[in-house]
Design a protein around this ligand. Structure first.
Ligand code: FE2
Length: 238
């Protein structure tokens, strides 16, 4: 019996949660599709030019990080779910199903890393940084006392993550904000939190520009790149 070719596309909500813009619905030209099937999860477009975050993050770092590291996780995920029951599932379902099955740790690591990176690109903006306004200002002050306290705590989480991982600003179901950090591919989205912003603290995110000075990278990202509009949009859906 011939299996139908899946036609599932991510919903707008799934794209938003994955940190993708609506432009992500269109794959880049000639993507390296590993599976003969049309993947349910598509390769997202960067939301800005690769030199848009310079000098905080150089175009060299962005181009390697996006086109090599991020793409590596995507291609691995597509290859690993091909010809399995996960091949046509939405990304968050792939992550949640594989995370509870030790035999599928490879799928989990690559799918979660793909999700984390898509979210990271949208957590940054050439017009970002500084203290938030509006709803995010209110939420930060309610949960952290003030912006300076948030800034200090977020930097401490990013700088204190041992080895590779991520720092996160998340909201719980009551829209209370908190800061988390996760190792390797781990992601708070599987623990019932709504991520608002993240900083990638794997060395590939900063080593070309800052070498071992992770604290300089995280301070510059917080001061100049955090995308508070993206955070507010995510918070409104928490
Ligand atoms: Fe990364």
């Amino acid at each position: 019996m011939t299996e139908a070719v899946p036609s599932i596309k991510p919903t707008r909500r799934e794209l938003l949660v994955a940190g993708a813009t609506l432009a992500a619905a269109a794959p880049l030209a000639a993507p390296a599709i590993v599976s003969a099937q049309t993947p349910a999860v598509e390769w997202p477009k960067l939301p800005y030019a690769d030199d848009a975050l310079s000098p905080v993050i150089s175009s060299v770092t962005i181009s390697f990080h996006y086109a090599k590291h991020h793409r590596f996780y995507y291609d691995n995920m597509i290859r690993l779910v091909a010809d399995t029951d996960l091949k046509s599932q939405p990304l968050l379902d792939i992550i949640k199903v594989s995370m509870v099955n030790p035999a599928r740790i490879g799928i989990y690591n690559n799918a979660a890393q793909f999700w984390n990176h898509s979210f990271y690109w949208n957590s940054l903006s050439p017009k970002g940084g500084g203290a938030p306004t509006g709803a995010m200002k209110d939420a930060i002050e309610k949960s952290f006392k003030d912006y300076d306290t948030f800034k200090k705590d977020f930097a401490a989480a990013a700088n204190g993550q041992f080895a590779s991982g991520w720092a996160w600003l998340v909201a719980d179901k009551d829209k209370k904000l908190s800061i988390q950090r996760s190792g390797n591919a781990d992601t708070p989205v599987v623990r019932g939190f709504t991520p608002l912003l993240t900083i990638d603290v794997w060395e590939h995110a900063y080593y070309l520009d800052y070498q071992n000075r992770r604290a300089d990278y995280t301070a510059a990202v917080i001061d100049k790149l955090l995308n508070w509009e993206f955070a507010a949009e995510n918070l409104s859906k928490a």
